[in-house]
Write a protein that binds this ligand. Structure first.
Ligand SMILES: Nc1ncnc2c1ncn2[C@@H]1O[C@H](COP(=O)(O)OP(=O)(O)OP(=O)(O)O)[C@@H](O)[C@H]1O
Ligand SMILES: [Mg+2]
Length: 239
């Protein structure tokens, strides 16, 4: 019998991508999911936790700070996800819900309130995967005075939770930076979503693993398709 312990991984359930990732995202990793507006960031993140709850007995939490809870639910239902199939094992929390708790917490900083909320929820439902949509909105609300230092501490805090985290990062059109305050160095992995112009009129969606610690992976761009069977990453066919 082999003594080598096999690293636990969280499948992305993007067909093709899990093979590229040697099985998925290593458990406990903090991964940035970065892309320009409309590149499927929320959809991909939601699909990952949905499938992990549905198929692998995970409990997950999706914190949406930008898009309201109802709008997100409507969008995911539109993508043929049956939210009743995951029930309470997938919690969707939006800013409104956190704000309601804010009153009870009194005079604390926004970041403190956010952390308290996330920790209490962890104690209550013991989620193993957390999505924050998005990190730039979280840091904007936090009004950091020393962004890099405070973000560093936030990552430390996330690590202590011993969960797998998907942090959505918003990229500006035409810019190559995955993040604004060094999150790209602090994170264990970066998955980049992109829309590529093909010819004069067509846009193709692309996905690429920029980095993933503890994983041998291809860094190439793959085509990202969405269909009946969910998301699929396939080799880009160049013309
Ligand atoms: N069922 C579907 N099939 C194909 N495309 C869809 C479907 N549902 C939504 N879309 C498209 O997906 C895009 C938005 O996806 P999503 O919200 O996941 O992206 P995002 O990167 O999170 O966007 P934002 O920057 O606004 O947060 C929209 O352009 C929408 O038209
Ligand atoms: Mg989004």
């Amino acid at each position: 019998m082999s003594m080598v312990s096999v690293m636990k991984r969280v499948k992305t359930y993007i067909h093709g991508l899990d093979d590229i990732l040697d099985g998925g995202i290593p458990s406990g990793h903090i991964v940035l999911l970065a892309g320009e507006p409309g590149t499927f960031k929320s959809s991909v993140a939601f699909n990952i936790i949905y499938n992990n709850v549905k198929h692998d007995n995970h409990i997950a939490c999706y914190i949406t700070l930008e898009q309201g809870r109802d709008s997100l639910i409507q969008q995911m239902t539109g993508m043929d996800l049956d939210l009743e199939a995951v029930g309470n094992n997938l919690s969707i929390v939006d800013l409104g819900l956190i704000r309601k708790n804010l009153e009870k917490l009194g005079q604390q900083s926004w970041m403190q309130i956010f952390k308290t909320y996330a920790s209490n929820l962890k104690e209550n439902i013991d989620y193993s995967i957390l999505v924050i949509d998005s990190l730039p909105v979280l840091t904007m609300l936090a009004e950091f005075t020393n962004p890099r230092t405070e973000l560093f501490h936030f990552f430390e805090w996330l690590r202590e939770m011993k969960i797998t985290c998907i942090l959505i990062s918003e990229m500006k059109f035409g810019k190559e930076e995955y993040a604004q305050m060094g999150e790209d160095f602090l994170s264990d992995g970066i998955i980049h979503l992109k829309m590529e112009k093909v010819g004069d009129v067509n846009i193709q969606r692309r996905i690429r693993v920029v980095k993933m610690r503890s994983t041998k992976h291809s860094s190439d761009f793959y085509s990202l398709l969405f269909g009946k069977a969910g998301f699929t990453a396939t080799r880009v066919i160049s013309e």
